[in-house]
Design a protein. Structure first.
Length: 318
């Protein structure tokens, strides 16, 4: 009789796992699908906590193999940045923005002074939020040391920072990377031609501040340096502003294939229109949040920005 009960439990568990694997991609939201959550509850109540743990583990492994989704996603952990109920004051009495939820694969757009850089600066803790929580990989950003955050997050500012030395030294920043990895990062950043065009290649000399490079070349090299770091989160703070439209497009396409959360801060609608989510800022407040098509319908500020640039940008990209 006991063996029959155990067999029945295992059959039920197998059915639940199969159901979760089939349905969970359809119902999956914000890192944990309702079906996986339901299965865990059923297993915990009727079969004990060990069956619940086994079920979650098996579903995670199966989904990792078949769909390329990390098992940890089923526990509700968010890999990337998550900002919830965040308020930040840049000056006394002025609330700069209130963030509503998960921001992964996000484009941030707004006029000069709207708070774009201030928003993304909360993630690496350049500032701390007055209220709410900022999470990186599911953990409160304040629980990390500055050194650990530096490993997890790469920020590329609009003004490229380069020092006097070789291209290799500027990219590697004292670390030992293989030639293959360096060239891979340069390719992603659309900077391979910059280096190949120099007589000394990676050992070519860069003047202080990159004075012997164009603005676009400087930006591409600093993006390559950030990509070479292989961070979990990459923040491009208007750091492709000097790139032509074709190069900007190729850069975004290359970044889209990387296994990391990417934040693109830009005043160009074309730079962020294909992001998973777009946050629209105006005078320090979030006035829109959604995909490009949604914002074109329901966000006046985004409509104004987009239509003021649309004709010109479409002509350049054509």
């Amino acid at each position: 009789m006991r063996n029959a009960k155990n067999l029945l439990k295992m059959i039920t568990l197998s059915m639940l796992i199969a159901l979760g694997v089939v349905i969970s991609p359809i119902l999956r939201v914000e890192g944990m699908c309702p079906m996986a959550h339901f299965i865990n509850i059923v297993c915990s109540v009727f079969m004990g906590p060990w069956y619940s743990l086994l079920c979650a583990t098996l579903i995670g492994i199966i989904r990792m193999i078949t769909m390329g989704i990390p098992p940890i996603a089923l526990t509700g952990a968010v890999f990337g940045a998550f900002l919830s109920g965040v308020f930040y004051r840049a000056s006394k009495g002025r609330i700069i923005f209130a963030v509503l939820g998960e921001v992964i694969g996000t484009g941030i757009i707004g006029a000069t002074g709207s708070g774009k850089s201030s928003l993304v600066s909360l993630i690496p803790r350049f500032y701390d939020a007055d209220k709410g929580v900022v999470k990186v990989n599911g953990n409160d950003v304040r629980s990390y040391s500055k050194e650990k955050l530096s490993e997890l997050i790469a920020v590329v500012p609009q003004k490229a920072v380069l020092f006097a030395g070789s291209i290799r030294d500027n990219l590697c920043m004292g670390k030992d990377y293989s030639e293959e990895k360096i060239w891979q990062a340069l390719s992603i950043a659309q900077a391979s031609d910059v280096v190949r065009g120099k007589e000394g290649g990676l050992d070519s000399f860069i003047e202080q501040g990159g004075r012997n490079l164009s603005g676009g070349q400087r930006q591409r090299l600093t993006i390559a340096r950030a990509v070479l770091k292989d961070p979990s989160i990459l923040i491009l703070d208007d750091s492709a502003s000097a790139l032509d439209f074709a190069t900007d497009l190729h850069l975004r396409q290359a970044l889209n294939r990387l296994p990391m959360s990417v934040f693109i801060v830009s005043q160009r609608a074309s730079s962020i229109r294909h992001c998973d989510q777009i946050i629209v800022l105006d005078d320090g407040k979030i006035v829109g949040k959604g995909r490009h098509e949604e914002l074109l319908e329901n966000c006046d500020v985004y409509q104004e920005i987009y239509h003021s640039q649309f004709a010109k940008e479409e002509e350049n990209e054509a």
